[in-house]
Design a binder for this molecule. Structure first.
Ligand code: PLP
Length: 462
């Protein structure tokens, strides 16, 4: 049996890593110069690295480990499924129990008439499915010209061609281009872009850009709008309360399909099963991945409403699918994850225990001289680092403040991510109040060190 434990000294693992392993979203030479931190174990909210350091994972891996690391039941289900039926496809008029059971369970949990699931291997793939699905929908409806999808600048929908094009991250578009027929509007990021407007005014103004864009493109040319209920990778941008109701009104008024990318916000992250419930969104399609399996297996999918599924069916065969759509091991593991989330009342834990406790401690971070605003929905939060709170000012790019702060967190065994000048968290949903105390303690220490470092380097703060 191949046993992959910490079988080599860290430096040798780092050298092999640098020599052979191409990392996602990474400057390879920069990483090779310092060496990757090598994680070896995980339990609950804790990671252990190859040097034996205990790290509090404030990001649940990549926003995905909702039930926490190292649950034995998940391993047992995977092992049993591999022995029983390790693989079969769902292409040619065949199906299998894990895919059937998982689709039915997701339909039960999803709101409204989101009753149909098309499986993918990841969130990016699911959004590629969505792009093809909405265009196919309008074809079947006899309007093949209705094919433009509107998305947001600084949205994130994955990094395949489809996902990367739907996303509004210019550095991603710059590497390999962008698919035609995708238009972007501005994001509802009040702190960074709201100017003199109140949050409520700004939310409406940004939502109304959707209407302006629809009118500019011609309402009969627009297939769908896609957005994350809360932008995750863009910096945990929690929209003003006025935003989503106005988006919903506009989609309804022009008969445009609404896709909620719930890859992060799904499965309890915002204190409800889906972010759409938290924000009052009624999507036709939801993108899911990440928390669907808590990252124990790669799996994603699109949850599709009755009318869209019926229209696709009317069109006959839809020429689309992945070898691993509904993979039996991934599906069985995801189903076990949903059982754990439900039977252990983890969504309620977020809503009633973890969120209220973290909220009070997170908000208090605004007492720190570096912290302008603190935002939190469920268990996804962000703070804005600023040299001048009253003006909502930005640090210069050279100050590199997000990177500095993240480095301090990393050194203090807290994983907190930086997006520009925002520090973000999304811990496993099972985090306890005592663990939240550790998270906050390490965050404050890191902010203090970052602040001292800025001062020492002559960068003006406050
Ligand atoms: C992570 C993410 C994706 C992409 O999912 P992958 O599994 O990495 O392909 C898509 N949408 C959102 C909102 C995400 O956060």
């Amino acid at each position: 049996m191949t046993i992959l434990t910490n079988h080599l000294p860290t430096a040798e693992l780092q050298a092999l890593d640098a020599a052979h392993h191409m990392h996602p979203f990474t400057d390879a030479n920069g990483l090779a110069a310092k060496g990757a931190r090598i994680m070896t174990r995980g339990k609950g909210v804790w990671l252990t690295d190859s040097e034996g350091q205990e790290v509090l994972d404030g990001m649940a891996g990549l926003w995905c480990v909702n039930i926490g690391y190292g649950r034995r039941e998940m391993a047992e289900v995977a092992a049993r499924q591999m022995e029983e039926l390790s693989y079969y496809n769902t292409f040619f008029q065949t199906s299998h129990v894990p895919a059937i059971a998982l689709a039915a369970k997701i339909a039960e949990l999803a709101p409204g008439d989101l009753n149909h699931v098309f499986f993918a291997g990841s969130g990016s793939e699911a959004n590629d499915t969505n792009l093809r699905l909405v265009r196919r929908y309008w074809q079947v409806k006899g309007k093949p010209w209705r094919n433009i999808v509107i998305a947001r600048w600084n949205g994130y929908h994955g990094s395949t061609m489809g996902g990367g094009s739907l996303g509004g991250m210019k550095p991603i578009h710059a590497h390999g281009g962008k698919i035609d027929g995708i238009a972007h509007i501005d994001q509802p990021y009040w702190w960074g872009e709201g100017g003199e407007m109140t949050e409520a005014e700004f939310g409406l103004a940004r939502a109304r850009q959707l209407e302006e864009k629809i009118l500019e493109l011609g309402p009969d040319n627009v297939a769908a709008f896609i957005g994350e209920p809360v932008q995750g990778a863009g910096g945990v941008i929690i929209p003003p309360e006025t935003y989503w109701p106005e988006i919903q009104r506009i989609c309804d008024a022009y008969g445009i399909l609404l896709i909620a990318d719930e890859v992060i916000t799904g499965f309890g992250r915002t204190g409800n099963w889906f972010g759409s419930e938290t924000f009052g969104i009624r999507p036709h399609i939801m993108t899911i991945a990440k928390g669907l399996s808590s990252g124990y297996q790669p799996i994603g999918g699109s949850i599709v409403c009755d009318e869209v599924a019926a229209t696709i069916a009317e069109g006959g065969e839809f020429f689309h699918g992945y070898t691993y759509s509904g993979h039996p091991v991934a599906a069985a593991v995801a189903l076990e994850n949903l059982r754990i989330l439900q039977e252990e009342h983890i969504v309620e834990h977020v809503r009633d225990v973890a969120h209220p406790y973290l909220k009070q401690r997170w908000d208090a971070l605004t007492d720190h001289p570096l912290v302008g605003e603190a935002k939190l929905v469920g268990l996804m939060g962000s703070i804005a680092l600023t040299p001048d709170k009253a003006r909502r000012a930005k640090f210069s790019d050279e100050a590199n403040v997000g990177y500095r702060c993240r480095e301090r967190c990393f050194a203090n065994n807290l994983i907190m991510r930086a997006v520009g000048d925002r520090m973000i968290i999304a811990p496993p949903l099972v985090i306890t109040p005592a663990e939240i105390d550790v998270l906050i303690e390490r965050a404050v220490l890191s902010l203090d060190e970052c602040y001292a470092g800025l001062k020492a380097d002559g960068i003006k703060v406050g």
